[in-house]
Design a protein around this ligand. Sequence first.
Ligand SMILES: [Zn+2]
Length: 374
Amino acid sequence: MALLSLFVSCNDVKKDQFKVWAWLSGRTTMSEEQLEQYFSEAARVGIDAIILECHGGRPEVIGDSASFRDDAAIIILENAVVYAKKYGIELHAWMWTTNRVELSLRKAHPEWYQVNAQGKSCADIKLYNREHYRFLCPTRPEVTEYLKDRVREIAQVEGLTGIHMDFIRYPDAILPYGLHESRGVVQDKVYPLWDFCYCDECRAAFKEQTGVDPMDIEDPTSDQAWMQFRYDRMSEMASEIAREIKACGKVASAAVFASPYESRKLVRQDWPNFRNLDYIFPMIYHKFYDVEDEWVELATREGVEALRAAGNEAVLCSGLFVGHVPAERIEEFIGYTENGGSDGICFFSMEGMLSREGYTDSLKRAVEAIRLSD
Ligand SMILES: [Zn+2]
C-alpha cells in the first residue's frame, strides 16, 4: 500500500500548484497535426493535464466486432501519449463507465442493462431520444468485472498517467433544469419512465434486504431505503473500479454531477461516498441548472464539505463549461472555484476553447495571474 501511494505521488508531480485540466474528445482518426495543435496549445497556455475521451457514446470498432476488447481506445491513447510526453502534459484516459453502448455487449448481455419502473430496459428504449443512453446495472458483479477488464486494457498504454470515469451514475431521473425545455420534457417530479434500476437482480436484492419489491413502492423518491439502496450500489461499483485503476498504478478520477445534493436527486449519484479516487471533478456547468454565476462557488464548497464529512480524501477539482464562462471572466470564475475550496480547474472542453477566438490567450493570462498570487 505504501509503495502504491509513493508511485501515485511521483506521478502527480504538479500537485503543489493550482492545477489546470481540460477534457478533450478523441477519435482513432485524429491526425498528427490535430494532436500537435491540442497538446502544444495546452502547454503554451499552462494546462497540466488532458483528459482524453477514448471510449464514449459512439465507440469505434477495430478488429473483431464480437470482441469486448476495446482496441480503438488503446489506439486513441497510444497516438496521443506521444504528444503528451513531448509537451510534458499528463494524459488521463476518459471512459464512459455505466453508460456503455458497444454493440458487442448489447448483443451478448442485454440483461445487464438497467430497467425502469415500467419494467422497460434501457437496452430496448431510446431514453430522451438518445441512441447513447444505455446504462448498465451496478448491482450485477459481472458488470463491475467487465468494466475492470476494460480498465486493465487501457492501463497498459505506456506513459498514461490516469484513468477517468465518466457516466458513473444512473440515467437522469430528472434532467438538469435548464435542459427541460430544449429536450421537451416535463419533470416536476420523478416519473416511472426515467426511474431506474428495477431489474430482476435489484428487485430481488432489495426484497431480500427489506421484504419489499420496489415495484410496489408508491412513491419511490420518498422511500429512503430504496433511494439509499441505489446510491450504495453505484458507490460500491465506483469504489471498486477506482481500486482497480489504482492497482494498475494509475491516478483514479471521476466526473460527477455539479453538487452532492443535485447528484443524488437527479441521477442517484452519492459521490462523496465514491472511495479510492484521487480526484473528483464535479461538472459545475451552472447554466444547465438555471442558477446565477456565483453558484459555482456554492456548489464547489458543498462538494468539498461533503467529501470532508464523509472522510473522503479525494481532491475536488471543479469543472467549468466553456460556453458558460466568457473569455474575459475566466479569472473571476476560477476565483469562485478557489473560494469554494477547489484544488484546480478543469475545462470542458479543449476543443471548445480552441473554437473561440482568443479564449486560450485569456486562460493563459488568468492562469499566470493565479499562479503568481499562489
Ligand atoms: Zn439492476
